[in-house]
Unconditional design. Structure first.
Length: 118
């Protein structure tokens, strides 16, 4: 499982890095577009759209960067021999969950319990 898991995580990391680079290009384009538009968003009909797009792309950038951090942490767990073990209860995380979410740190029961506490 270790080699296969590492390969899957590496592929996920490369895919996510590609997404990150694309989002960075998108963000640069949105910023450049905002430089060409009226600086007064309130009176510029396109201003609020540009601000919204910038906010959306920035949010996606943050999420993608966080996902890269999660992938690196999962790879560290593989190296440490703790990948697939729930960090809360110590039980094995189901293979189906790890297939669906390779960066999972919690089993479904613990993740559900944590989510219901929010």
């Amino acid at each position: 499982m270790t080699n296969e898991t590492l390969e899957r995580l590496e592929a996920e990391r490369e895919r996510t890095r590609g997404q990150l680079h694309g989002l960075m290009r998108d963000f640069d384009q949105v910023v450049e577009a905002s430089l060409d538009s009226n600086a007064d968003d309130e009176h510029d009909p396109d201003g609020s759209t540009v601000a919204f797009e910038r906010s959306q792309v920035d949010s996606m950038l943050q999420q993608t960067r966080q996902h890269l951090v999660e992938i690196d942490a999962a790879m560290e767990r593989v190296a440490a021999g703790t990948y697939g073990t729930c960090e809360s209860c110590g039980q094995q995380i189901s293979e189906a969950r790890l297939e669906a979410r390779p960066v999972a740190r919690l089993c479904i029961a613990c993740a559900s319990a944590k989510e219901s506490q929010r």
